[in-house]
Design a protein around this ligand. Structure first.
Ligand SMILES: Nc1ncnc2c1ncn2[C@@H]1O[C@H](COP(=O)(O)OP(=O)(O)O)[C@@H](O)[C@H]1O
Ligand SMILES: [Mg+2]
Length: 264
């Protein structure tokens, strides 16, 4: 992809923390409307990679390389500039919705916040849109639930809120970091279906992070395998299932086959 190309282009991304290289020379690109899966074992550097795309790596992390969104370089932007990108151009869904939500603010206020921030809506208009958004992500009794606080919702409901927040401003790119890992299997399936449908409807680009190839296979075809902070294999889910080359990828395939077998 050329520097002017539409979409996300990450090249030579490296992250050091405390003198340790945790992500090493990672490159990938996602064209507008396309999807990419980033898969790897726990500790392989998935979350740090995703967080650093939007300037959310820990303060002591040293991030080098290039992250371009529609040709615009994001690495090195000020916090003020990045805050305008997050939520508006790039929506994010995290693994732990409870940690991602503010315990002191109502659901309605939190879904409405990006709309107030980026679209300048009044408190009242933002709340109205939040009720619609709550309905769209399948929350029961939207008018009532937007008045509640995060601790009053189930895990699955909280992740529906997380998705509503991420999608509120209709971002062109969505980053999802293990959005269903913290949920029980039944809820996981429902949330994946919802997420899949909404990303489809919006025609948004997507980077979907998981340690679970069975989950990934439902969302994306193209995949990059991370191990110890490096991309060790790239291809399609089908290709990887037919013959993974790297031992780490083979391990992920074996793990996915084992869980699928146990579940059936
Ligand atoms: N805030 C941090 N400070 C120091 N090391 C960290 C921090 N966050 C993550 N790491 C380390 O960086 C590596 C990658 O972590 P992470 O990106 O969270 O992995 P993953 O999401 O693939 O499980 C791990 O070795 C982890 O211990
Ligand atoms: Mg992680």
């Amino acid at each position: 992809m050329s520097p002017e190309a539409a979409g996300l282009e990450v090249s030579g991304l490296s992250i050091d923390i405390g003198g340790r290289r945790v992500v090493d020379d990672l490159s990938f690109s996602v064209a507008t409307g396309e999807r990419l899966g980033l898969i790897g074992e726990s500790g392989s550097g998935k979350s740090l990679s995703i967080l650093s795309l939007v300037g959310l790596a820990p303060a002591d992390a040293v991030v080098a390389g290039s992250v371009r969104l529609d040709g615009r370089e994001l690495v090195g932007l000020s916090e003020r500039e990045l805050a305008r990108v997050r939520g508006r151009q790039i929506g994010m869904v995290f693994q732990d919705p409870l940690a991602a939500l503010n315990p002191l603010h109502t659901i309605g206020r939190q879904i409405g916040e990006p709309l107030r921030l980026h679209e300048g809506l009044s408190r009242r208009d933002a709340l109205e849109r939040a009720v619609d958004a709550a309905a769209e992500v399948g929350l029961p009794d939207p008018a009532q639930i937007t008045r509640l606080y995060p601790h009053q919702l189930s895990g699955g409901q909280r992740q529906r809120v997380g998705i509503a927040i991420a999608l509120a401003c209709r971002p062109a790119l969505i980053l999802a970091d293990e959005p269903t890992t913290a949920l029980d299997v039944t809820t996981q399936a429902a949330i994946l279906d919802l997420f899949q449908r909404l990303v489809d409807e919006r025609g948004a680009s997507l980077v979907f992070v998981t340690h679970d190839l069975a989950v990934l296979a439902r969302i994306t075809s193209d995949v990059v395998v991370l191990s110890h902070g490096r991309a060790v294999e790239r291809g399609t889910v089908d290709g990887i299932l037919r013959g993974a080359e790297h031992p780490v990828t083979q391990g992920l395939v074996a793990a996915a086959r084992a869980t699928t077998w146990r579940a059936s």
